[in-house]
Each structure stands twice: as C-alpha cells, then as structure tokens.
Ligand binder design. Sequence first.
Ligand code: IVH
Length: 704
Amino acid sequence: MSGAEAVVPENLTEEQARAELERLAKEISRHDALYYRQDQPEISDADYDELRLRNEAIETLFPALIRSDSPSGRVGAAPDATFDKVTHGVAMLSLGNAFKEDDVSDFVERVRRFFKRGEADGAAFTAEPKIDGLSISLRYKKGALVLGATRGDGTTGENVTANVRTIADIPKQVRAADFPDLFEVRGEIYMTHADFAALNQRQERDGLQTYVNPRNTAAGSLRQLNPDITASRPLHFFAYAWGDASALPADTQSGMVEALARWGFPVNPLMRACASVQEMLAVHSDIEVRRAALGYDIDGVVYKVDRLDLQDRLGFVSRAPRWAIAYKFPAEQATTILKDIEIQVGRTGALTPVAKLEPVTVGGVVVRNASLHNEDEIARKDVRIGDMVTIQRAGDVIPQVLGVIEGKRDKSLKPFEFPKICPACGSHAVREVNPKTGKEDVVRRCTGGLICPAQAVERLKHFVARNAFDIEGLGTKQIEAFYEEGRVMTPADIFTLEARNARTDKPLQEKEGWGEQSVANLFNAINERRSISLDRFIYALGIRHIGATTARLLARSYDGIGSLRAAMIAAGDPEASEYEELNNIDGIGEAVAVAIVEFFAEGHNAQVLDALLEQVTPEPFEVEETASSVTGKTVVFTGTMERLSRSEAKVMAERLGAKVAGSVSSKTDYVVAGEAAGSKLKKAEALGVTVLSEDEWFALVGEG
Ligand code: IVH
C-alpha cells in the first residue's frame, strides 16, 4: 500500500502524488467503464466526482506529474462494440467543477483575466440546472433528424438513432425557416422521478429486478439494441448546447437557447442571465431550494460565458471548456465511531494516518476509511481511537474526519501517539526541518531509505507502471511477491531474472500460479522492453517531480540518455549553460530542474542507472512533422500586447505547436514584443533572436 490515497493533496510528496495519479487514472477508468458502458456504477456520482476532483487537485499541485492517460484529458469511456461508432465532428466535452462559492468567483476572475484589461469586465454569464442524465448529440440535415449519438469517450460515441427517434420530446423534423442546413443539437436525456417510480413498480409487480436510479435507467433504456424497449421507457430531453453547425442563429449562449426553444426543442425553464458573481450564487441557492420539487434529478448549476465570441477565444483545456463550470450541490456529513488509526508507508517513506471507521452511509455510499491528514491534525483535533467522529465527503478530497463529538467521549480513551518508528522496517521516522524556512515538515518520514521494504517496493511498482516500462504480466502483485522472495530488488533485476531463473533451484515455473507458458510469456514481455522510448525510460526512473509529461519534454529536448545524463551532470554547476538550457524548457521550473540535477548527481542512482543501461536501450524521441509555421519553435512573449493577454497568447502559441518560454536564450526562435518590452527584448537583440511585433506574429501564424 502506498497509503497516499488518504493524504490531502497539499500534503502529498511528489512520489506519493505520482502513485496517486496512477491509482486514480486506473480507478476512474474502471468506474467510467462501469458507468458509461455497463450503466452499473459501483459508486455514487458524488464519489466519482471526488475521485476526479482529487485527480485534478493533485495535477494542479504537481503539473509535472500529469499522466498521458490522465482522466482529466478524456471524458467517459470508449464505446461498446454493439452499436456503430460515430466520430463527433465537434468533441463532446465535460465540465470543470466548483464546490464552493470561492470556486465560482475564481472562475469569473479567471475568465476576466484571460482577456485584455477591461475587455470582458461586463461580460455576462448564464446559469442553468445541471441535468443528471446522459448527453446526446442530434444531427439534423435540412431539418431532418439523421443521427443520434451518445457521448462515448467524447470523440467517438455510439449511433443510437433508432432509439432516439422513439423519444417524443425530440423533434424528428424541424420546419423553422431559419434552421441551418446542418445543425447538431446537444443536450441531456433524462427520466423523471414519477416515471422512474412507475417503471420500478411495474418491474416489482412482474417479479423483475428494480433499477437503481433514474440516470442509469435512462442510460440503459437508450442503449437498448431493440428500439421497442426504448420506446416503452418514458424518456425526456433538454437541449442546452450544439455541435457541428453550418450557421448559428445567435451570438450569445442565451440567444442560442432561445432559438433552440423556438425551433421546438425543450429547454430548461430555470435558465437565467447573470451579470455578477452575486447573481450567479443567488441562482444557485434558488435552484437548490427548488431542486426537490423539480421532478427530475439535477446535481448542480452550470454557468457559461454568454458571448460566443468570448467562448471561442477562451477555448478548452483538456476535457473541459474554459468558459463554463458546474457548481455542484454540497457534500454530506455523518457521524460514526473511529475504530482504529492505521499508519501507511509511501514510496518516499511518508507515514500517513488513515481512519478506520465503523461503516457508515454518507450520501448513498458506504464509507469505511477516511483521511486524518497528518500527525498535527490528529493532535489539533485531539482525535482518539474509540471516539465518535464527524466525517464529510467534501468536494475537494476523499472522506475526511472533521472532528470529534466531545460530549460522547469515554473518559478511558487515551490521546493518540503517532509512531516514531516506521511500521514497515522499524527505522526511525522523523520530521525533517526545511533548511530554508527552518520549519518542521508536516510529514513524518521513515529514514530507512533503501532498507525500507515499503519504499523499495513502491519504487519498483512505479518502474513497471503503465507510463513506464508497462511489462505485461508484471504488475503490482507480482512485484510485491518477487521482492519478498528476493527475485527482484532493483530495476535491473527484472532484466536478469530470466538468466538467474535458469540457474536457481527455485525457478518461477515451480511457483504456485505460474507454469511454463506463463513464465515464458513473462520473459518475452520483459525482453520486448529491452528497447524502450526515451520518455518512458526517463519517467520510469522515478525522479521527483518528473511525470509522464515532463519526461516527454526532456526526451524531446535531449538526443538520448547519454546526452541527457552528461548535460545534467554539467548542470550541477548553476552557472553552466546546461543548467540555463534545462531551466528554459517551458514546463520545467526551478524545483523540477533541481530535482533532475540532484538525481543524476547521486552516486547510488548512477549505479542503478548503469546496471539498467547494461540491460536496456532507450530510443531517442521522434520529432513529429511540422503542423504550423511555429510548430516546435520556442517563443517568448514580452511587453504589453494590443490584441492578446499573456494567457491568451500562450494558449494560442501552444495550440499551434510552439513551446512558450519565460526567458530569452540562444535557443529562442522568436520574441514577440509588445508595448514597453524591456530586458527580454534587449537580450533578444543582443543574441540576434528574431523579434516580431504583435502584427508580425499574427501574420507569421497566418491569423493576421
Ligand atoms: S454544457 C462543452 N449544460 O454535464 C460543455 N452540460 O459534467 C457542454 N450536463 O457532458 C456541457 N446539464 O452531459 C451543459 N445544462 C447543462 C448540462 C450539462 C447536464 C452534462 C453534460 C456534460 C456533463 C458535464
């Protein structure tokens, strides 16, 4: 166990964060499959949101660790095979979440800051209920419904046209004169509470299985292979968005929704326009009050920037638009008994306390474990084993212990003593003092380092993780067993396993659960990885702060492991040009740069690396073909620009495949200088770097 799952994002070490992001990616994708494909979720939507939110919180704190298969980069699950696949011309995306009022004002702030000063100050927002159903895209050609497609993974969905045609709310033919030749209406299919209850009564009467909730029943009903079954289920529809369109009838969100209504699509009557954060929050309270009487499930309020031109410029970030956010209804609380406090040890030796609870249902989900954060929190709240505690499933973390119910404490309960030795190896566990700040670290860490089995195993698990060596048949379970048996203690051991296995008197094929064939398969899978892409190799080393994304950046910036290593050793001198070059890669900041340099300077790491390089050949990164005039170029923006804020400029350059750097060096291709550009402009001139005006930049990228 890494134990990291109980730690609040702020308290995670880099290693824990990496392990957590890996765990969350797997967990979320498993729940996606259960939810989207089998319509049979194991956890509540609120729990699912928490997983996603935790993933996002960790990614925000550790951007270097974002995985290439991050759940924040995709929506839903890949579609089932039983329906034809449909590729969405305009991707069907998801929404970012807000859980408290501040998140809403932050969102509004973010939107305003994105634009030039003052440009979006008065920009209005719309607010509408977030319908808890399933999203659908309806394609119309010359007014006729020609295709109904589910969201699927956001890019590819399923063709459910025949089923969609059975839904009365959905027009089969739109006759309005101003309806565009091609138009995709998007919205939510849902089932009302009354219809759901009636359906379940029928099921019960007929001795059939009853359904869990309206949402999954609606999803299951739509994805019937026999449209007659869909037709027998009362489904409804609300339109709130659009996809591909040959023309747009309005230039605002609210105007678009009015047009949808005029064309005969049901739209939600609770949509409001808002001019301020106060108004937005007032709509949320108002809708929350009405929630119980609506007759259908909603799980929050969606805010959208009203002006479509601003929506376009804001664009998207991974799976969600920057111009919209969903403010969810709040988390639930419960009380229960704290049965025990378990201490788990992570990859960097962090000791994490986890509350073991008398199982309790919170918001429809059974909770058994909760976070106790760290040693200081336990002391501050004076949490004792045996206490009655309040727990909360809050939006931003996994279940948390909020505090103790004082009046209920038994006098015999003793204050909890946080262990000072590691439960995995018995080494001293200490709280380091930060030399810079003089402050004690909140995390107590095992000092066992390499002798601590918990840490060593966690590192090996990272080495074979999905974004790393990803060896088929060598997962968490096998690593744990191999480590315990002494078969694999270091990464290089994986590659010498076959040779050693031929000589040992305890060969793997004689072990329970293994046979000749599975052992042969394992060795094949291992041998296939003797050649591996440089980015995976770098990621697998488990350098602090280096996630899959940063590993790719490094692999792209250096010719091979040899030149990377030489450069990092040279970069040990902060005055060396190698250090400046490393620091200048956009996406690599000071902390990351220091961590890489330190890693390569460490003698033990050098040994591990040498041993590994005797077994494995990392292949240099292939550069992709040029997609725009600035793809692969390094650009620095400086000074005040007329048409773009700094954030919009960065988004634009990255969209075109350029790298945006913070400072000018000989590696810089272009400096785009606005008004009052200062030292960066001077440096560019001194180095002979091409300097562009804002207009020249637009001309260069063909958007002039
Ligand atoms: S707008 C590009 N508006 O929530 C943004 N979505 O969590 C498109 N949803 O995939 C989404 N009610 O299935 C929007 N009023 C509403 C919604 C809504 C429900 C669903 C939709 C979306 C999901 C995101």
